[in-house]
Write a new protein. Structure first.
Length: 74
């Protein structure tokens, strides 16, 4: 099981975004977002929800519980 810190970094990189881009989407700073990717701070649920909607993936995917990227809202 891959930790969510790796998954959120991979999603960001796969979408050709930098940490500042994602921080802007979350309404936070690049420094705070960097702390999520480095596992220093836990990702708040409100940011998890925002990332799921932005990347169109399920929370289970980001949390490493399911390898199917697509959200189940289809």
């Amino acid at each position: 099981m891959k930790p969510y810190i790796e998954i959120i970094r991979e999603l960001r990189e796969d979408h050709d975004l930098n940490q500042q881009n994602v921080a802007d989407i979350l309404g936070t700073t690049q420094q705070v977002y960097s702390r999520y990717e480095n596992g220093i701070n836990e990702l708040p649920v409100r940011h998890l929800v925002t990332l799921c909607k932005f990347y169109d993936v399920s929370a289970d995917y980001i949390l490493g519980l399911n390898f199917d990227q697509k959200s189940s809202k289809k």
